[in-house]
Structure formats: C-alpha cells, structure tokens
Design a protein around this ligand. Structure first.
Ligand SMILES: [Zn+2]
Ligand SMILES: [Zn+2]
Length: 109
C-alpha cells in the first residue's frame, strides 16, 4: 500500500475514533505513531488467558511479586512468563494489558 493510501485510511479510522476537530490537525507521522502505539499496547484478553496460571505451592513461598512487592502466599494464583518470572495473576494481567514485556527483565512476550 502506498504511503498516501495508508495515511488516508488511518486518517479515516482516527476520525471515527475522535472528534473531527482533534483529528484534523494530525500529520502523517503523528498518525503512524498513533497506530504504532495501538499495536504496541498490551495483550488481548485471549492472550492473557493463554498464559495460563497455577496455584502457588510451598516452593513459591519465598518469592515476591515484583509488581505489588508482596510476598507470595500459599495457594495464591500465579502466572509464570516465558522468562520464568512469576507474578500474581491479577497483577500481571493488569500490567500486560498495557505492556508486552516482563516487568522485571523486560523480555518481550
Ligand atoms: Zn502482586
Ligand atoms: Zn522476566
């Protein structure tokens, strides 16, 4: 797709989401940035569910959730990421709905 067609399409879409007054002043670069930000934003509901979860056992007792900084309690519901860092399900779901990386080591999901 040519840059102009892409711009025109984006502009149309952005206009649907915003007030006309707000969208009219956007340049091509701003629109692209807006699109990239949309793509970069966090995981979808389905992706979050796809991460799975498990109940904390005795082996997790000495761990800390690095999002809320609280210790992991027995039978707490945890999610473990590919990088092997684990967090409370609630904490990591909130985080990943905004970002696509591990809050501790920043590795991409
Ligand atoms: Zn937590
Ligand atoms: Zn990590």
């Amino acid at each position: 797709m040519s840059a102009f067609r892409r711009w025109a399409r984006l502009r149309h879409r952005v206009r649907d989401e915003m007030d006309d007054n707000e969208s009219l002043g956007l340049t091509y670069e701003e629109l692209i940035e807006l699109e990239e930000r949309n793509v970069m934003c966090g995981l979808s509901k389905a992706e979050l569910v796809g991460l799975g979860h498990f109940e904390a056992g005795k082996e997790h007792m000495n761990q800390t959730c690095h999002i809320c900084l609280e210790g992991v309690e027995y039978a707490a519901v945890l999610v473990q990421l590919k990088c092997s860092h684990a967090y409370h399900k609630e904490c990591i779901h909130k985080w990943l709905s905004r970002k696509r990386s591990c809050p501790t080591c920043r590795s991409e999901l």
